[in-house]
Design a protein around this ligand. Sequence first.
Ligand code: PMP
Length: 401
Amino acid sequence: TDFWATVQQGPEDPILGVQDKFNADKDPKRVNLGVGAYRDENGKPWVLDSVLKAEDILQKKKLNKEYLPITGAADFTKLASELAYGKESKPIVEDRIAVAQSISGTGALRIATGFLSFHYTGPQVVYIPNPTWGNHIPIVEQTGMKSARYRYFDKKTVGLDFEGMKEDIEAAEPGSIILLHACAQNPTGIDPTKEQWKELSILLKQKQHLALFDMAYQGFASGDVSGDAFAVRHFVEQGHQIILCQSFAKNLGLYGERAGTFSMVCSSKEEKNRVLSQVKRVIRPLYSSPPLHGAQLVATILGTPELLELWLTEVKKMADRIIDMRSKLYDLLVKLETPGEWGHIKSQIGMFSFTGLTPEQVTALAEHAHVYMTMDGRISMAGLNDHNVQYFAESMSKAVK
Ligand code: PMP
């Protein structure tokens, strides 16, 4: 019997599909601005020195390969939470954060939606910014929860539609779940200001909404890990019982190691223990327990003062190189008299820039210039460097003209 004769061809992943097209193009001028992974000044993946040093330390320890507990390595989850919330954070000091190691940020989000689908007694609707990272909707909907959108991007100003965002959050049924990008919003590169975060905190509280933070880029926005945690820390200070999904893929360059955490701020230690017992019941049937190596690397770096110091300079180096590319690209576009206003390329934050290129222009760039990006016109700034930025600016300028 052919059991699978009725299975339909699925659509290709909008982000990972760009990588396939790039791989198939053998032109030496080809430029890949699709996937959100850091590249060094020569366009190569970068394994951080802090990571290499941690590898050496781990190698010498000759650790065994036993299973981790369901919630992962305790030294890792402790250090990771301190990095996100801050060591002095009240719920950290009072030991009332339920935290589990996760399969990077994606896995953290999946634990979140799994847990919420079983235990959240408010409306099972997750409000997601429009636009957002393409994986948010399937992660929500695979657990049977509903997704809804709030306005985020203003096409006219190529900036934040803050009024629209507030209106939609205000109009959501009280107790809705509001997904917020903690910093360096993907794909727009546009974040609320500190003042706007403060307003959002008040609004969410008034409406008794639950804040679900996705923090995939701590340190990548400004180069400063504490500064980038502002929104998360402010909400927690204001008494929100936030949920946090933390990834070490970008800021430690640990993409394929899949290191991250899922955490929930609880009202007491006793509540934390109850919550954690149910978080375990979400994780166990998914993958039993998380992988060892990435967590050991992170724990070694965050827990060794010299390595921590080295890592902080490396995060800053990555953020600074991206900021430098923003300003070079902007200057070139202006110099080439590219029609339009390009200030957003400089003002946007983090790994991505939302260029405003249309799907037709994106297609033309791939076909005529061997330049690849997602159809929404998002470019990964990390894919640019001193060797290709001129070529990219000229190609982009041509596509717009
Ligand atoms: N959230 C956002 C907004 C992202 O951009 C990403 C990575 N592209 C993730 C979560 C998760 O990434 P990972 O699973 O690799 O940590």
